[in-house]
Design a protein around this ligand. Structure first.
Ligand code: PLP
Length: 385
């Protein structure tokens, strides 16, 4: 099987499992317990936090462990907007881009439904990019928070986050970015990015599902969503997932250590794959930005097919990929990301995403490109018959 669906999830890396193992077995203490087992767990958690902070270029106290990317996004969007509204009720708007993951978009809609916020949606261009001008036009004195993802999960387009964050912060508006897909592929230094909050998910990086991180800058006010014993400096109550935090920290450190070389190698493979697919499939359309895209994502529309049928045919040929984001898979609705980019619904329904992890090889991609040509060819022939 050639697995080209790494943007959906990745297997846990051996080194990550090894690092986690003690905290799932002998060192099973609760970090809040005042005995040696508890202290060992607290110290592992502190080390994990320091390691994540090292990658992000922030202080350990600015790192909150969560149950994944979805929770990190919810905490950032709802937590920061509600905290600002509590200080001054005039802060009653949030700005998001038109291509956010549902974890951000639905958090904003929740604020709209239950807390009287208005949601301002910033349009994207045909490549999926938010321009600084478009963001500037959406920011208002009442904006409590702006959230624009670092890299898109369906088409891989990378946003000019540093420039966008600078614009928002110049107006005193906290800026959050969902870096779930960017982590491991792009630089994550929060000072260089200039963001106030940033979300990461462990399972896209070789850590287990159900592990995540939210970075929140220094004194940024944030209302917790989960109340209880006050763990994570009161930002996220509940006994900490010590093994998950250790796993995420290990995976993030490993991913960032060779990040630039990996990004260069995989970008070259990706570009070769894109060329091969465009050659093998007449009429295929590359979606997303031609150059400002994740090294790990190649996404296309194959007019005259349906994304789901291409997916099934490819799986029969041993290639596993995705017909859209994992959350949208199985639904017939065209991808809101592609429609926001200006694709007609019938074309958007033909979308297929190929996404790679750090182990991807040129041979696998050459075989996959051939399989794509054969799969789309046979679906189009059958469709005409
Ligand atoms: N944000 C983006 C951009 C994603 O791609 C995903 C997962 O696909 C998430 C958030 C949600 O992360 P998790 O699966 O850890 O909840």
């Amino acid at each position: 099987m050639i697995f080209l669906d790494a943007a959906a999830t990745t297997p846990v890396r051996r080194e990550v499992l090894d690092a986690m193992w003690p905290y799932l077995t002998g060192e099973f203490g609760n970090p809040s317990s005042h005995h040696s087992l508890g202290e060992a767990a607290a110290s592992a958690l502190a080390d994990a936090r320091a390691a994540v902070a090292g990658v992000l270029g922030c202080r350990p106290g600015e790192v909150t462990f969560t149950s994944g990317g979805t929770e990190a996004d919810n905490l950032a969007v709802k937590g920061i907007a509600l905290a600002r509204q509590a200080v001054d009720p005039r802060f009653n708007r949030v700005v998001i881009s038109a291509v956010e993951h549902p974890a951000v978009e639905e958090s904003a809609r929740y604020l709209e439904r239950f807390h009287g916020f208005a949601v301002d949606v910033v349009p994207v261009d045909g490549t999926g990019r938010v321009t600084p001008e478009a963001l500037a036009a959406a920011l208002r004195p009442e904006t409590a928070l702006a959230s624009v993802m670092y890299a898109n999960n369906e088409v891989g387009t990378v946003q000019p986050v540093a420039r966008l964050a600078e614009l928002a912060r110049a107006q005193g508006i906290p800026f959050h970015t969902d870096a779930v897909q960017a982590a491991g592929w792009l630089p994550l230094d929060v000072k260089i990015l200039g963001v106030d909050a940033l979300s990461i998910s462990g399972h896209k990086l070789g850590a287990p599902k159900g592990s995540g991180v939210l970075y929140v800058r220094g004194r940024t006010r944030i209302e917790p969503l989960v109340h209880g014993g006050g763990q994570e400096r009161g930002r996220r109550s509940g006994t900490e997932n010590v093994a998950g935090a250790v796993g995420l920290a290990t995976a993030l450190t490993l991913a960032q250590s060779g990040q630039q070389q990996l990004a260069d190698r995989v970008s070259t493979l990706r570009d070769g794959f894109i060329r091969e697919v465009l050659r093998a499939v007449p009429g295929a359309v590359l979606t997303g930005h031609p150059t400002e895209r994740l090294p790990s994502v190649a996404s296309f529309c194959f007019p005259g097919t349906s994304g789901e049928s291409v997916l099934l045919e490819l799986e029969r040929q041993g290639v596993v990929c995705s017909s859209g984001s994992a959350c949208a898979a199985g639904s017939d609705a065209p991808s809101p990301v592609l429609t926001a980019m200006g694709f007609e619904a019938e074309v958007a329904q033909t979308a297929v995403r190929f996404s790679f992890d750090s182990t991807v090889s040129g041979d696998d991609l050459a075989a996959a490109a051939k399989a794509v040509g054969a799969a789309v060819g046979s679906i189009r022939t059958l469709g005409r018959a």
